[in-house]
Design a binder for this molecule. Structure first.
Ligand code: IPE
Ligand code: IPE
Ligand code: MG
Length: 251
């Protein structure tokens, strides 16, 4: 197989290619409010939110960003009305099925993080298929957090490590940050450089608690369905103005 040439389109002139975030994570929030303001049912906001995500993925790919992770459903979101939860599960399944061919053409590698075994079986099957089909793709890495909770992820990592200790395969002193990271859902994905949250909420709502340790956080009042390329441009521009010190002093 011949390697596909890397083509970058349309990186706005005021953004530096060298200082692009490698990995962008988004908390896609505000779908319900978007719909409510228009007198529509909340689900219409979710439907529109899918278009926003598709456009963002394309923009990231075009600009040469290596990884995008989107928070689609939290472990706490099961507490929403059954009708909304059902709608979301069906929506995820339908979108995955519909978008797979394009993901292949665009060389996107899809991954999922979260406790997937609790999802409807038909969705799990669609996820398995999409992940397997796109496994060898070498373009942008696109991760969807579904039934994801940062605390749940940390607890399951602790259990896995404790089991290995109990079986004599590991000693407590073998537990390092690296080893711990290897037991998270994100084992082979680098930590996000930039976290964007839409709809103005100043919290991370149980998203990537471990991985966001040094992410730059950008919050916009814009509701997720209205978040477009120019909003994303502003977020990346703001990121490029930050001084990432990682606890050190400026040289
Ligand atoms: C985010 O939008 C989507 C999901 C959590 C699935 P919301 O549905 O949380 O929208 P708001 O916050 O109620 O406006
Ligand atoms: C976070 O949004 C989860 C997702 C975007 C999937 P929520 O709307 O669930 O978060 P809270 O309730 O405002 O903290
Ligand atoms: Mg919300």
């Amino acid at each position: 197989m011949t390697a596909k040439p890397t083509v970058h389109y349309e990186l706005p002139a005021d953004l530096s290619r060298e200082r692009l975030p490698k990995h962008v994570a988004v908390i896609m929030d505000g779908n319900g409010r978007w719909a409510k303001r228009r007198g529509l049912p909340r689900i219409m906001g979710h439907r529109r939110g899918v278009d926003t995500l598709k456009k963002l993925l394309r923009c990231c790919r075009d600009w040469g960003i290596e990884a995008l992770t989107a928070y689609a459903f939290s472990t706490e979101n099961w507490g929403r009305p059954l009708e909304e939860v059902d709608f979301l599960m069906t929506l995820f399944e339908r979108v995955l099925r519909q978008e797979l061919a394009e993901m292949m053409t665009e060389d996107v590698r899809i991954r999922f993080v979260g406790n997937l075994t609790a999802l409807p079986e038909s969705l799990q099957a669609e996820i398995d298929y999409a992940v397997t089909q796109t496994k060898e793709n070498s373009g942008i890495s696109f991760t969807i957090a579904t039934n994801y909770g940062g605390r749940q992820e940390i607890v399951q990592a602790c259990r896995a490590i404790a089991t290995q200790i109990q079986q004599g395969h590991l000693a407590p002193e073998d537990i390092t940050e690296d080893l711990f990271s290897q037991h998270l859902y994100t084992a082979d994905i680098c930590d996000p450089d930039l976290l964007i949250r839409t709809s103005g909420e100043l919290r991370i709502s149980n998203f990537l608690l471990w991985q966001l340790a040094y992410a730059e956080i950008y919050v916009t009042e814009t509701l997720w369905p209205d978040f477009d390329a120019s909003e994303f441009h502003q977020a990346v521009y703001a990121y490029q103005q930050r001084d990432r010190r990682f606890g050190k002093v400026k040289s």
